[in-house]
Design a protein around this ligand. Sequence first.
Ligand code: ZN
Ligand code: FE
Length: 257
Amino acid sequence: MKVITVPCLFDNYAYIIVNRKSAEAAVVDPSEAWPVMRELDKRGLALTTVFCTHHHHDHIGGIDDLLEVYDDLRIIGFGQDQQRIPLITEALEDGGEFFLWDTRGQLYHTPGHTTNSVVYHLGDCLFTGDTMFGAGCGRLFEGTPRQMAASLQRISSCSPQTSLYFGHEYTALNLRFAALLEPDNQAIQARQQKTEQYRASNVPTSPSLLEEELQTNPFLRVTEPKLMAYLKEHHALQADDPESVFALVRELRNTFS
Ligand code: ZN
Ligand code: FE
């Protein structure tokens, strides 16, 4: 499956999924229409489908403008969020399956960033919205640490070869935070170097491989003894169950800059 990463707004990414045979395309989280339309036009693609991961404007803000240009768009989203995303034409439930051309996909409800955030699993691609980022995860605007930890656990259980397409370019800062918590983790250091090179030439760090996230993303590493030891020593971690570790890591990340 061919996926084109489209930078939008300041640090958002929309993703165009291409059907080469029919010259049709789908888009995930179009925060604005014009960068998406420019890519579609350049490649002679017709947009048929939109995927929404959650209701925030920097993920669905471009849909109205796309509707002015493309008729009959299929707009896929989570049934429980239809009130906040009234443009949805195809509402799916948790675990709900859909077809994009010949490829079977599935929606997973992943609460945490918002109550009704979802991710889309399509082939070996996972579109994570603001649930998970490169070496990080979304802020808990509506959900609890317990919910977000469970949502990330669900993502972690996908094949390690899954490509993760995330909603924002926060990877460099996330890795600086990760390196602080795990100073001896060489995978984090290697990823930091790679990320610096990418960003210096303005190349997106998305997609990443789940395999790499499992080695470098502190939010997926809440059972790591060294990470827990660091938190006990420097931040008075009380309980060492995954939820408590997750909650503390999230809290520390909120004020890290
Ligand atoms: Zn968001
Ligand atoms: Fe966002």
